[in-house]
Ligand binder design. Structure first.
Ligand SMILES: Cc1ncc(COP(=O)(O)O)c(C=O)c1O
Length: 496
């Protein structure tokens, strides 16, 4: 399943420093020996943070699925109208999170551009809201290019990343004025050929990698730990129709360490210096995405004691990035453009998955458990996040007081033991037919969802006009619409 890639991202990211290795059993094995003393992350004390009073219900529990978060809508009514399960997207939350991200990185003397990482969630309605907020698009395939063009994004607001771009895709994107971040020498050869035929210079960035932390992202781009990056710069400088606009690095995902970005911007500034010596004139620096969302990592992937993210957490990333860039403005033509490519930090929190309890069990050794009608095919991130699970408050029923909430396992309907949305969610006793809501499923859930056993649900946007359907529920016919059965073996006429 596609979720494995994302799972690997997390297990190998620098954020996993000092945390357990995957498959390492219950007890975290802390790999401090591998980290030089001056590079070790400081001990972070477990933190207790007070809950703002307005998010606490009358039993003293956080009201994570309050009506206000759902635009005042009642989950039961939405499930009745649109069917269960159902993704719910809060337009207000998405706009607020995008603005908060952009605001955090706004700094005097720097032009800040947020190029949304489209693969995180490419529902056209979600992308459209972000582009309406002024976001650029960061894309990694011809398919994503087609989508963002159809949504009206001009070429100059598109950053094209990724290790595989076809000749045709490069030709189209370069002619359209996109910034293409070159990934490797074979791609550079194609670009050199295409650029020779263009009437105006091809706008390029180069993706650069360097080792930092335990598991650096070295698959992508040119290494600056050896000669690769310098050679790429020299080749670009020699070509009459290539223009190096941007220097790029993306160091991993759910990066809890600000030092990763400090290292990234420091190295990119150093590359800018060398690029200028070759007569190149980059004006943009792009530190990628990877900023954590509000989700909670499973303890095995988190820092010891668990990480917390308060309202100002993005400012600490901004401080290290913008601070260094401020002092190196001249290397980027005086007023640098800082490009950021967030995915999860912008879209994770705006989406919830509402589902329905279909069975209850008391499993020996595991305690109370429920089966719901949504599985990990809809929430692939459940393998590394402890998503919040709530039963939305029902007007007609008294909520169970604190002492009657029990750690409850929430399983999905798929025929796999691993189809578990959440271990030990603190839930009141639930009835068959009760709705449950899974929080923060906006990032990598739609795009990595699969139709394994079950087709995918509808998605509803909760905005100023009330609930609006932005993706209809799939039918079994949708799933098999692309298939063909050779006539000679078809029992019934199958082909449409
Ligand atoms: C180049 C690039 N930019 C941005 C992102 C978005 O990452 P995230 O969702 O962690 O912010 C990714 C994800 O892997 C990426 O590879």
């Amino acid at each position: 399943m596609a979720d494995i890639e994302q799972f690997e991202d997390l297990t190998t990211s620098d954020s996993a420093q000092g945390t357990a290795e995957p498959g390492g059993g219950d007890a975290p094995t802390i790999e401090l020996e591998a980290v030089p003393e001056n590079k070790r992350s400081p001990y972070v004390r477990p933190a207790l943070s007070p809950l703002p009073f307005f998010t606490v219900n009358k039993q003293g529990l956080p009201e994570l699925t309050s009506r206000s978060e759902l635009n005042g809508e009642d989950v039961r009514k939405l499930l009745n109208k649109f069917g269960s399960p159902l993704y719910l997207v809060s337009e207000d939350r998405l706009r607020k999170d995008f603005r908060a991200f952009q605001q955090a990185f706004t700094s005097p003397g720097i032009e800040t551009r947020v190029a949304y990482s489209v693969k995180t969630n490419y529902l056209p309605a979600i992308c459209s809201i972000i582009f309406d907020e002024g976001g650029w698009a960061e894309i990694v395939s011809g398919m994503e290019y087609g989508l963002v063009k159809a949504l009206g994004v001009p070429g100059r607001e598109i950053i094209f990343n990724g290790p595989h771009k076809t000749y045709d895709e490069l030709q189209t994107a370069l002619a359209d004025g996109c910034i293409v971040n070159v990934d490797n020498f074979d791609e550079l050869s194609m670009i050199e050929e295409i650029a020779s035929e263009l009437s105006s210079p091809a706008r390029l960035g180069i993706r650069i990698n360097f080792r930092y932390g335990l598991s650096p992202w070295t698959k992508f781009g040119f290494s600056d730990d050896n000669e690769e990056c310098q050679q790429a710069l020299e080749r670009i400088a020699r070509h009459p129709n290539l223009r190096l606009d941007l220097l790029h690095n993306h160091s991993g995902t759910f990066q809890l360490l600000h030092e990763v970005y400090e290292n990234s911007i420091t190295r990119l500034i150093d590359v800018a210096k060398r690029a200028r010596e070759l007569g190149l004139a980059p004006t943009m620096v792009d530190v990628g995405g990877g900023f954590p969302s509000v989700n909670t990592l499973k303890p095995v992937f988190d820092v010891p004691g668990g990480s917390t993210r308060d309202e100002g957490h993005l400012f600490r990333y901004a401080q290290v990035i913008c601070g260094k860039l401020q002092r190196a403005r001249d290397l980027f033509g005086g007023r640098p453009t800082l490009v950021l490519e967030p995915g999860r930090a912008v879209v994770d929190a705006c989406t919830k998955l509402a589902c329905t309890v279909v069975a209850r069990k008391e499993i020996e050794g595991q305690g109370p458990s429920v089966i719901v009608d949504a599985g990990v095919n809809l929430v692939p991130t459940a393998c590394y996040y402890d998503h919040g699970v709530q039963r939305p408050p029902a007007e007609s029923r008294e909520e169970a007081p604190v002492e009657f909430r029990r750690p409850t396992n929430v399983f999905g309907p798929l025929c796999m033991q691993s189809d578990q949305l959440r271990e030990r969610a603190l839930l009141p006793e639930v009835d068959i037919g009760d709705p449950l809501v899974i929080d923060n499923v906006g990032a990598y859930c739609h795009t990595q969802s699969s139709q394994f056993i079950q087709s995918r649900p509808a998605t509803v946007l909760l905005g100023p006009e009330g609930p609006e359907l932005i993706r209809r529920r799939e039918t079994w016919e949708d799933i098999f619409a692309l298939d063909r059965v050779p006539e000679r073996i078809a029992r019934n006429p199958f082909n449409k």
